[in-house]
Design a protein around this ligand. Structure first.
Ligand SMILES: *Cc1c(COP(=O)(O)O)cnc(C)c1O
Length: 389
């Protein structure tokens, strides 16, 4: 029996009720993401309560709405930025440069130089050439080395593209030192939407063995960046943010003690539940008279914000004003002229039998990885609009 199943009271409920009320009482001329900034603040406090002494660097890429950054600056959050544009955004909303890390392992040299010039002093790297660029354009900067870890439980794994294998880690720390940089520690990412905190344990074991080998080779380490992965509520129950984060911290401290500086980079877990998308049914049809499923086409799809339905990985919940009606299975698709623009087909979605063109549909828990994944003008459709309440 694990804590994940046992403690039902600690499960998070969607924080979207204000957002949903707003959507059902407003009209929209295109698909619109509505974000509740109070819900973001609530989530920040809930994560902080569990993360304790760890510093929180919000992963800006999850949702870079200016009001979210401003709210988080006000609450004392730090930021993980992936590009010059994200750094500029954070600084423009009042974040101090020493509270912004440049966490992308693939950076343009000119962006490193620019970041250094505005006071950014903490950079990620996973390769010799990246360390050389940082040493040249941000001499003496603090760096952490990103490690590849086996992420087996995430709904949206992130690990293959980033990080170095454990057997390269010590060499990279040595190389950083030789280049005059200040290697402070390691980072990793368990994979986005890792639903159980217990899944972190074997990954932390992998990181600990690299940490120990590096210290045995004579290098001082002071920082462990545990990345993101904190889950949001979509369709399956997940642990609430505070007990989840507290369990992760227990697992971290059991291995790394209480002296090492810890930073966490929640993205999805900070903002997903704070937003919902207002969408509309464009067409309901059957492909043949004896078809089991209706096809429901929305005015939003894979290319206009719902990229994470790729492989049916993230399963959003839908709400309509017909909840009192009986439901039946539907294949859901977007409006574009691309046959890959099907959202859910392998596991159909249960929707009201009376659903028809023009009906409003709320898509829940859409605050993360939607607005920034929305194409600009594909097929002439406008990008996802964003409203912050
Ligand atoms: C995307 C990303 C995050 C955020 O991940 P979530 O799973 O959304 O919490 C954190 N750190 C880095 C380096 C990332 O690339």
């Amino acid at each position: 029996m694990n804590a994940y199943v046992a403690d039902f009271s600690a499960f998070s409920a969607p924080q979207t009720s204000r957002v949903e009320e707003f959507i059902f009482s407003s009209s929209f001329d295109r698909p619109t993401l509505v974000i509740d900034r109070d819900a973001v603040a609530h989530q920040f406090r809930a994560l902080r309560a569990g993360l304790g002494r760890a510093s929180i660097h919000y992963a800006v890429k999850a949702n870079p709405a200016r009001e979210i950054i401003e709210t988080l600056v006000g609450l004392g959050s730090h930021f993980d930025a992936a590009s010059r544009g994200e750094i500029e955004l954070c600084l423009s909303q009042g974040a101090a440069p020493e509270h912004v890390s440049f966490g992308n392992t693939i950076k343009r040299a000119s962006d490193i130089a620019w970041a250094h010039s505005v006071g950014i002093d903490l950079f990620a790297a996973d390769a010799e050439e990246e360390l050389e660029k940082i040493a040249e354009h941000a001499p003496g900067a603090r760096v952490y080395i990103r490690l590849i870890v086996d992420a087996c439980e995430a709904d949206w794994p992130l690990t293959r593209k980033f990080g170095c294998a454990p057997d390269k880690a010590v060499d990279l720390v040595a190389r950083a030192t030789a280049l005059g940089l200040t290697p402070v520690g390691f980072s990793f990412h368990v994979g986005s939407q890792t639903k159980r905190a217990a899944a972190w344990a074997p990954i932390l074991d992998q990181v600990k063995s690299v940490w120990d080998a590096t210290r045995e080779a004579g290098f001082e380490l002071s920082l462990l960046n545990i990345g993101g992965g904190f889950p949001a509520f979509y369709t399956d129950a997940v642990q609430g943010p505070t007990p989840y984060a507290a369990e992760v911290m227990q697992l971290v401290e059991a291995r790394f003690g209480t002296e090492v500086e810890i930073m966490a980079e929640p993205g999805r877990g900070m903002v997903a539940e704070a937003g919902a998308i207002a969408a509309e049914v464009v067409l309901v049809s059957k492909k043949s008279e004896n078809d089991m499923h209706r096809w429901v086409y929305l005015d939003i799809g894979r290319f206009s914000g719902l990229a994470e339905t790729e492989g049916e990985a993230i399963r959003y919940q839908f709400a309509t004003l017909r909840e009192h009606e009986g439901k039946g299975p539907c294949v859901m698709a977007g409006p574009s002229c691309d046959s890959a623009d099907v959202l859910y087909e392998k596991r159909p979605v249960e929707l009201p039998l009376g659903l028809r063109a023009g009906d409003k549909v709320v898509i829940r828990s859409c605050g993360a990885y939607t607005s920034t994944y929305s194409s600009v003008g594909f097929n002439g459709f406008p990008p996802l609009d964003v409203v912050v309440i």
